[in-house]
Design a binder for this molecule. Structure first.
Ligand SMILES: *Cc1c(COP(=O)(O)O)cnc(C)c1O
Length: 364
């Protein structure tokens, strides 16, 4: 049996350190906004060479609070991709703002900067590029467009901790950037967790208040907030893994190279990496018109695979009212019908990649 992500292997290799980190929190009995959260915030800010990082309850809340911190509200239009996890657009709609979908590039699955400007109106306030599957979105043209039209950029980095675009870490291009530490992400905890990073001191102050009931001083509440703090135990776990994140991402890249070396079929497309980008392969996602037969053959041999994502967001029932503007999202629709993600995690063995590739090569 080969799983998409085998979390037991990583825990096995870090057990002594992680158990000690958890025990330390238990011994100190400081469970909410303690020293691990503030240390992790400093460490993640330093990793990105950026001034502010704010630990929050999960990646979805990171996006929600970042949008609020950037002043997005009812009636505002926010441009994003329909080929992403629901959370990216869900938070826009939660704020009674309007998600406006722009189609993707078929090679990287990320928002196509060439198609953004035609969707900008006088109500557009922000763009949320998603660095999907660990491949950076094409940030230079996105930043140029945002500057030209006075738009905020909120980067969705939930799948791309440590990825780089032209020598710079993703998460440092926008007004705010959002990370998720959901257990299957490439930097992950053992429950829910998230983080916002920003170079904007005002946004940082607002987000810090929003996560803690709109308060700076306990029991004094100046804005309407939420209860969305990063948990101290989760922060302690993430700190152990943060020390190894570059190593983990390097192993993912090695595994991607091994897949490329072993999969030999000219009727499918393996993931590509833009020049000057460092893909961190949160997912290894191929395209094939035969993806259902590939998935079936893998399953027969006890190998997991997954479809991220089977339904683009403009086709989701919850967004049915947005369908009218969705006639030009063809690349997202084709991708949804062709993608297949293979097992990918740092501890995946070369021998397993051989086995997976052999099954794929032998499907007729
Ligand atoms: C996982 C994910 C999120 C949401 O993160 P949670 O921590 O699960 O709330 C948002 N956007 C993308 C692209 C994701 O993959």
């Amino acid at each position: 049996m080969i799983q998409m992500v085998d979390l037991k292997r990583q825990y096995g290799s870090l057990k002594i350190e992680i158990d000690a980190a958890i025990q330390d929190v238990l011994d100190k009995t400081s469970f909410i906004l303690g020293e691990n959260v503030s240390s992790l915030e400093s460490e993640i800010a330093a990793y990105h060479n950026i001034s502010h990082a704010i630990g929050v309850g999960n990646g979805t809340d990171a996006l929600l609070l970042a949008l609020k911190g950037c002043g997005i509200g009812p009636g505002d239009e926010v441009i994003t991709t329909p080929f992403t996890f629901i959370a990216t657009a869900e938070v826009i709609a939660q704020l009674q703002a309007i998600p406006v979908f722009v189609d993707i590039r078929p090679d990287t699955f990320n928002i196509d900067p060439g198609k953004i400007e035609e969707k900008i109106t006088e109500r557009t306030r922000a763009i949320i590029p998603v660095h999907l599957f660990g491949h950076p979105a094409d940030m230079d043209p996105i930043v140029t467009i945002a500057e030209r039209h006075g738009l905020k950029i909120i980067e969705d980095c939930a799948q791309a901790f440590g990825a780089e675009y032209r020598g710079r870490k993703v998460g440092t291009f926008g007004d705010c950037a959002c990370f998720s530490f959901f257990p299957s992400k490439n930097l992950a905890c053992y429950g829910d967790g998230g983080m916002v990073v920003t170079k904007n001191a005002d946004a940082a102050t607002t987000i810090r208040m929003l996560r803690n009931h709109g308060s700076k001083v306990r029991y004094y509440h100046s804005i309407l907030g939420y209860n969305s703090r990063l948990d101290e135990i989760q922060a302690a776990i993430i700190r152990v893994k943060l020390k190894r994140i570059d190593e983990f991402n390097e192993s993912r890249r090695r595994n991607a190279d091994l897949y490329r070396a072993h999969i030999r079929r000219d009727d499918l497309t393996l993931p590509s990496e833009d020049r000057d980008c460092r893909h961190v392969y949160h997912q290894f996602t191929l395209r094939s018109k035969k993806r259902d037969s590939l998935a079936h053959a893998l399953k027969e041999k006890g190998i997991s695979s997954a479809i991220y994502y089977p339904v683009p967001l403009h086709r989701q029932e919850v967004f049915a009212t947005l369908m009218s503007g969705a006639s030009d999202l063809g690349e997202s629709e084709t991708s949804a019908s062709e993608v297949l993600s293979l097992p990918m995690f740092p501890e995946l063995l070369e021998e397993e990649i051989h086995r997976i590739s052999d099954v794929i090569n032998n499907v007729s």
